[in-house]
Ligand binder design. Sequence first.
Ligand code: PLP
Length: 449
Amino acid sequence: PSPDPAAGAAVKAADRAHVFHSWSAQGLIDPLAIAGADGSYFWDYDGNRYLDFSCQLVNTNIGHQHPKVVAAIQEQAAKMCTIAPGFAVDARSEAARLVAERTPGDLDKIFFTNGGAEAVENAVRMARLHTGRSKVLSAYRSYHGATAAAINLTGDPRRWPSDTASAGVVHFWAPFLYRSPFHAENEAQECERALRHLEDTIAYEGPAGIAAIILETIPGTAGIMVPPPGYLAGVREICDRYGIVFILDEVMAGFGRTGHWFAADHFGVTPDLLTFAKGVNSGYVPLGGVAISAEIAATFDQRPYPGGLTYSGHPLACASAVATINAMAEEGIVENAAAIGENVIGPALKEIAERHPSVGEVRGLGVFWALDLVKNKETREPLVPYNASGAANQPMADFAAACKRGGLWPFVNMNRTHVVPPCTVTESEAKEGLAILDEALGAADAHTV
Ligand code: PLP
């Protein structure tokens, strides 16, 4: 597409006049005006094209503008744009079937929401009603969404302004060997100590008052920490022992991101409730949901479920999910994510880490990788302090700017960059992005000591 800077300036001026942006000081931001997107790329009005190694907010698992999904949305729009949740409609029924067939174990009933946070809200409500208990345990180093319960469950600084004492949320430490909260020296130790810490937390909080434990199967925004073997199975066993509902949040890790349909598939663990969103339809139309076990679903067989949304199971969103899941199956998109991770991204990132003094650790799988950037590999001091802003965050800002100058759109959070391209990324696109990343890390190396 030919550049049109005047059109870009007009789009930006209108944005600045009336759009109120997420997570931002409105007077300090300068949003890039976007003209279009296709596959693994998007572009601005000035002739700059970016390879999208962030998948926006880690949601465009099938890339931008997949033709089958665009067509399905157009067809559904021509047929029926909307209908209330109380009716049975083909797009919703089929989306529920396709999701239920892929979720682990007996998670066979699907409650649809508009996104991830609402999925978490409803999972917590189901757990509380099912158990008659109120407390919920969640991990530090987590993100579960920005609505009332979801932000209270979140274990990052975005929770602080929304903390309320009455929410009944208790945080604990999940395993993370590179920055071990348990001073462990290997994965087996980290796993064992993390499970003991969770048991202790439960004992001191009172097991009879705990409704649920919620974990991201593999924490995403917080740093892509793949749990050590045995950890999730251990949490499952603890939940069973105390009658606690086990919720796995797969909003980011689900639908192909890790090289399986769900990250839980890597660990052979079935939760009681599983939340999803993002990759279910790559965010083409807002959609999320909760997959519900037979036992919890039975709680609401004769007793009404006290929750609902005007747009629960919205036809346009569900039609796009049906087309997305079918395209992923037909085109081997989940298998591609696994293969690219194992054969291209993983090996390249490990090589990059050896060459750059700023790369402390590389971790991940599929198209779900994190580079933990440090000032010094020996001390592991993060390249920027926790929750840094302004001048303190300059090293990460320099790194992100270098990526963008090279034509790569990075995902950056605190002292990390995440390599999270679409599950459809080709080998040559992945290599192109990795080469830009390699070069841009020079800007981070400049801040090492
Ligand atoms: N849970 C996890 C694991 C997430 O990564 C996110 C969003 O990044 C959410 C929940 C919230 O989803 P949404 O922003 O769609 O409300």
